[in-house]
Design a binder for this molecule. Sequence first.
Ligand code: SF4
Ligand code: SF4
Length: 592
Amino acid sequence: MKKLLTGNEAIARGFYEAGGHVAAAYPGTPSTEILENMEQYKEDIYCEWSPNEKVAMEVAIGASMAGARSLAAMKHVGLNVAADPIMTYAYLGVNGGFVFISADDPGMHSSQNEQDNRYFAKFGKMAMVEPTDSQESKDYIKEALRVSEEYDVPVLFRVTTRVCHSKTLVELGERTEVAKKPYVKNVGKFLAAPAHAKVLHVTLEERLARLEEYSNNSPLNTVEMNDKKIGIITSGISYQYAKEVFGNTASYLKIGFTNPLPFKMIEAFAKEVETLYVIEELEPYMEEQIKARGIKCIGKELIPNVGELNPDIIAKALLGREIRTIEGLDNLHDSIIKRPPTLCAGCPHRGLFYSLSKIKNVMVTGDIGCYTLGFTQPLNSMDTCVCMGGSISTGHGAAKAFKQAGEDKKVVSVIGDSTFFHTGMNSLVDVVYNKGNTVTVILDNRITGMTGHQENPGTGYTLMGDKTIAINIPNLVKALGVEDIQIVNPLNLKETDAALKKALEFDGPSVVITRWPCVLKKFSQEDKSEFGCELKKYKVNEDKCKSCKLCLKSGCPALSFDKYAKIDPDMCVGCSVCAQICPFEAIERVGE
Ligand code: SF4
Ligand code: SF4
């Protein structure tokens, strides 16, 4: 049976059909749906949201060591977090087949950078596989697991946003049960003491040589010979773009197994064609290696290494002409009103950021999540954002520097609940241990908001839908050594103002926890009993409105101004923040 699947759905299906046993991930665009779809196979596959990518990688590594076919999934920046265990696991090799997904985000649709993670495979001396569509995403997972077991190697399965989120037809198959391999204690293989690792490094180099032989004969690397004037070496989504531009007027070497590269194939292909192009997104990963072998080719001289490619960019760069595959896009660009991203109407973070915006002489260090939008106008309440979990430690460093220079400036670090569990906890330990004097605000909206409402250790539910212990953030913070802890309702501005004031006056590490569910969340039974959440809508009483525009400083997208302030009744969820801001009581509850 054929089905239209996204690349992410196909990866989950491929792992299921390949007899996969254990899968773990931390959500992150564009990889999130891999584990969301894995959940439908929970009868056969144990799957979990781990608190961060390093933990997910380690869970999958442990399962592989125990003999299970295992998978870890993450977005590209998540692999930075997980780099530590995987670099060593490449030395150790596997027991059960082991695949880890890096979903890269060229164009930074939802990321803080657009790093090209293919270099991780070369750097870490691991095998790498790159599918070009959903069918290959499913099929290549099976081959990747087979290669992992045959060559005793972890496999980096690299996809990009367009492969993850595009839908193509996929032929579904049945699950093949693969028995878990027996676990046999073997410290020489699985215990990375220096004496063992020195031996394992030699084995690793031998393994790479064998893998290059496999690469030259791999069914994942294919040649399509057409006109020989132009030859194209490509991989991943770039293959689809190249085919769209050149069709059958060029020959192709499509590389699906991209580390080690199939140099015998590449040399033979290069000899056959007159002009050789290497078409790849982001970095010249293949091109550099091909040129280093003395093979003449054209790549990044003409094709940009910034942002996503598309057929138009390739046609313009290599043929010097427009092909207009995205017809009418320019017209759309002109007619669509630009809408900068903003916190949702009724977002519980708005109250906190509004309160923060009124405080002078503070630096606010931010983190990764939808609340990063606290930096936007008119809230303008965030100064920095570096990486997941980094807000508390960058804030600590800044506060130490201010103190050392004798500057009277305090630091507030803001971090979401899931991000706090991810890597924020470690940083708070550092603040306590090193006698920091910052305010940490944990924005607990009872869910992992930005990636689309995945459960996390604080929500009380697992990925597989089981009820579990909800980690109590105030107790955890207390256990980490923080003495000054306040819990506030961020929709109550007076309460939030007072908590921030008290925390800023406290001498030592202080934590404010803002607790209110994400406005888009489907409430659990626990949410309903804790928050009630019967919010009523608000409207502006024009007789009382003095047109001072102060309410617009909330940044709520439901508010607009035309002579008087206005509230869009379809967008307003009745959080009451604007009503609290209005000094003239011109914003009133509807229905009372
Ligand atoms: S803050 Fe009140 S008075 Fe001022 S514009 Fe808004 S609704 Fe009108
Ligand atoms: S009450 Fe005001 S701030 Fe809250 S959602 Fe409605 S318009 Fe926006």
